[in-house]
Design a protein around this ligand. Sequence first.
Ligand SMILES: *Cc1c(COP(=O)(O)O)cnc(C)c1O
Length: 422
Amino acid sequence: MSRSPVWHPFTQHALEPAMKRIVRTEGAYLIGEEGAHILDAISSWWVITHGHRHPAIMEAIRSAAETYDQVIFAEYTHAPAEELAKGLIEIAPVGLKHVFYSDSGSTAVEVALKMALGYFNNIGAPRSRICVMEHSYHGDTIGTMSAGERGVFNAAYEPLLFAVDRLPFPEPGREQETLDAFDSICASGRVAALIAEPLVLGAGGMKIYPAVVLAELKRIAERHGTLLIADEVMTGWGRTGSLFACEQAGIAPDILCTSKGLTGGALPLAATLCTAEIFDAHLSVDRRRTFFHSSSYTANPIACAAAVANLAVWNSEPVGERIEALAAKQRRHLQRFGADPRFRNVRQAGTIVALDLSVSAGGYLADVGPRLKRFFRERRLLIRPLGNVIYLMPPYCVTDADLDRAYDAIDEAASAFAAGRL
Ligand SMILES: *Cc1c(COP(=O)(O)O)cnc(C)c1O
């Protein structure tokens, strides 16, 4: 067989088995060439919310493609982008008044960081430090890697990454340390913004912290005139139980990044929402105050139409009830592992569950992830552990029978691991 020229993301081609070809997607499943139905228990890297190919979203895409392709988004606008922006402002935390479009979570975060620095520059009180939380993930571009956790994933690029201030993760019982650290870092008066994933740190290991910590961080930020950027790229669109995770803390960030579930996962699109204050700081007859940012595919009309259709799904279908029901199912299934010594930190935030396979520390940790992944793959389950952290983040259409299969496999995998058979 000839080698494919495709270079896949986060893939060590020297170690991984051949790529499995997917020919169709449907609901909670990826369908392979031989018709194998693979349960997409991680929503194809966290993007699919309602299920693959939701009919209303696919119809909106078909229909928009009859009318538009890409339209330049400077000087010109179009109905899908206008309608989407209005819709987003309506459902977003109060105070977010403007919507800047881009095309991925990483670009949404880059835009947010530039908005924050641009704001302080334009009000004539420059600040340039960015504060982040330990174990964060904000994307894979140079800027977003700078804000994220440093490690093997970005060691080669370290010389290019900018310096940030880091808060310790609010571990249970030690939340005050995080708050105190933030307060003292802000005291320098140089911190433009704190960027944080609200309630759940995703790629950093599905680490969950209480909403009250986020509320306190916001309060401290306000006191120091520091902006809060909520990176809701993963947590948005119901994953943690509420539409946006910020709602559970009862706060409104100054800037909010959304992408993955924005189109229900059907097409790439991102939006960075900000307050009127930040927009107004860029509003001037002095052209130097312009927000100098664009992507070629900014506000792609077909992607915007898909997102408008997604908003309509949220309005017309009982999505909230589905999410509640899924969260309850997950809670029930998780109970079997609650006091199981094979696992640690069994946890849940809305529809997301995670549990750490107990491993004795050391080098083995490095390859338990790939072994688990292979074990699940052989059982037609798309579950990709983060090291020893096994998590499920299924689309909301997943059935109890699907979940049964996933949890049985997790149980089996833990037994195989304990018996040295994984
Ligand atoms: C996935 C993710 C990103 C990056 O999004 P991309 O679309 O992959 O660029 C940023 N922030 C968080 C919290 C994410 O989970």
